[in-house]
Design a protein around this ligand. Structure first.
Ligand SMILES: [Zn+2]
Ligand SMILES: [Zn+2]
Length: 220
């Protein structure tokens, strides 16, 4: 039987665009391979997974040593990855927290100063994000707001260290402006979080508290 031109183009197609995996022996299109690898992506991933299961500790120890030897390069690489994968970063952080609850609680107890420092940094990060919402407040403007509630938490009326609360949460488009900022204790601020503010205040402290808060906002 003679090969016709269809056969030739079929052969050409296979040579140009297909490759046989060394491991599973299946012929697959080129994009099923990492460049210049002779095993397909699926087989390579499975192999890497097995390797990590078997030698996980050893691999992690090596990576730690490598990173310690060149911390600057490590930081740059991690930063780039975090910027490119915000969603995975969040998932990983959550999973880590769930796995290490006790460790985290212990660290929190033993490092109050570093925790505060971290909170300030987080606030700075939040500020960066809220730039997208617009708004700005001067130090004097903020101090006026604090004074309007007598320097107390506007929600529970506790006389303690005051944090900046966005009444309409930043995540819901709340701006950093007078009329949306309230002095709040850390506890109320974190409990309020990203919740709908009016129903939260009313549920926690009753209707009179909500009226007081709204009048403070209106007067700002
Ligand atoms: Zn394969
Ligand atoms: Zn409070």
């Amino acid at each position: 039987m003679r090969a016709c031109s269809c056969c030739y183009s079929w052969l050409a197609f296979i040579f140009l665009f297909m490759k046989t995996c060394r491991v599973c022996l299946a012929a697959k299109p080129l994009d099923a391979f990492y460049q210049s690898k002779s095993a397909c992506r699926i087989c390579l991933c499975a192999k890497e997974k097995r390797r990590r299961l078997e030698k996980g500790d050893e691999i992690r120890a090596k990576a730690r040593a490598r990173n310690a030897a060149n911390p600057e390069a490590n930081r740059t690489r991690v930063k780039a990855w975090v910027a490119a994968n915000p969603e995975r970063r969040r998932r990983n952080a959550l999973a880590y927290a769930r796995r290490n609850m006790d460790k985290i609680k212990k660290w929190t107890r033993e490092n109050p100063e570093r925790l505060r420092e971290g909170k300030r940094r987080n606030q700075a990060i939040r500020k960066a994000r809220q730039c997208g919402n617009g708004g700005n407040v001067t130090r004097t403007g903020w101090l006026t707001v604090v004074a309007s509630s007598g320097g107390k938490c506007v929600y529970c009326l506790a006389d303690c260290r005051i944090t900046v609360d966005h009444f309409i949460p930043i995540r819901h488009g709340g701006q950093t402006i007078k009329g949306n900022l309230l002095p709040s204790c850390q506890r109320c601020n974190s409990q309020k979080g990203d919740r709908e503010p009016r129903s939260w205040v009313e549920a926690q402290f009753g209707a009179p508290a909500l009226a007081r808060v709204l009048s403070l906002l209106a007067a700002a």
